[in-house]
Design a protein around this ligand. Structure first.
Ligand code: SAM
Length: 290
């Protein structure tokens, strides 16, 4: 049974931390989500199957975790702050068989967990901005692809993930997410809903795995590095980026020119003006020549 802690009360949070000789760390982006209504909404967005497995990144003191456990989810929580881990282990979820803690930096621990237990049904997290995008990109690149993921992120990062072709935020990160997921911005959260209040607006995004990925598994090893290269230097032309990258060394200068001509891409085009179907045609062209 989870404990009965007042997660919506800054004074209760401060008293708990002070009592344990702990403080909040800016380095780890520790802003606690106070509003019970918002926390409930995030958990609803996850659409957890009964008894489903959920990874939570950065549980903090357990504000979301408590709601997940109450819904009968089998929670694995990844937390870097050893003081918070002590509270989670010794107070909040002591003896709770639906709760397992993985202590340390999620970027260093998650692969071991997935190798041992497989990919969970759901992943969620209220992630500090410096970890959020890296963590999501790693899951996507390494094909840790649960059916659904829900993240609370700095709005700027959420906008990049949710961008449509033609938006200023369209990037290699957007494309990486879109090839396996439909991504939508569910709702925004004002900074006052957190304690302490961050300087930025946050947003909750929902990522629903596509039944069929936009890029086939065989094409991925060519498609992903090609997209990264194309966006590596956004100011440079597509031709320039390709010629100085892996495609250039595989195809040569003339080969890159033929690739662009065959795919009807003007040589002086910039990567942000290429939609996913064109990028797929380009990767297929490269694949047919190696
Ligand atoms: N989930 C809680 C909430 O919503 O109130 C806390 C969210 S707080 C924004 C982010 C949490 O992520 C903190 O508990 C922080 O210690 C943890 N964290 C930061 N970097 C991490 C990392 N690399 N691996 C695991 N946890 C991390």
């Amino acid at each position: 049974m989870s404990w009965n802690f007042a997660y919506d009360s800054p004074s209760a949070i401060t008293a708990l931390l002070e009592g344990e000789g702990l403080s909040m760390s800016k380095k780890f982006g520790q802003n606690f989500l106070l509003s019970q209504q918002v926390r409930e909404r995030i958990v609803q967005e996850l659409r957890i199957p009964d008894g489903g497995t959920v990874w939570e990144i950065g549980p903090g003191l357990g504000a979301l975790t408590t709601l997940l456990v109450a819904r009968n989810a089998q929670v694995t929580a990844f937390e870097i702050d050893h003081g918070f881990c002590r509270i989670l282990r010794e107070q909040a979820f002591v003896g709770d068989t639906n709760f397992r803690l993985v202590e340390g930096d999620v970027l260093k621990t998650w692969e071991q967990v997935s190798a041992a237990d497989g990919i969970p049904d759901r992943i969620c997290g209220n992630l500090p901005y410096n970890v959020g995008s890296v963590c999501i990109a790693r899951f996507l690149e390494k094909q840790c692809l649960p059916e659904r993921m829900v993240y609370t992120l700095q709005k700027e990062v959420a906008d990049r993930l949710c961008a449509d072709f033609g938006d200023k935020d369209w990037s290699s990160f957007t494309i990486l997410a879109k090839i396996d997921y439909e991504v939508e911005l569910s709702f925004t959260i004002k900074s006052g809903a957190f304690y302490p209040s961050p300087n930025v607006t946050s947003a909750v995004i929902g990522m629903q795995r596509r039944k069929t990925p936009l890029v086939s598994p065989e094409l991925r090893p060519i498609f992903l590095p090609m997209v990264k290269e194309l966006f590596a230097q956004r100011r440079k032309t597509v031709k320039n980026n390709l010629q100085h990258g892996k495609a250039g060394s595989l195809l040569g200068k003339a080969g890159v020119e033929r690739l662009l001509a065959d795919c009807e891409v003007p040589p002086n085009e910039r990567a942000e003006r290429l939609d996913i179907p064109v990028l797929i045609r380009m990767a297929q062209h490269i694949a047919s020549r190696v």
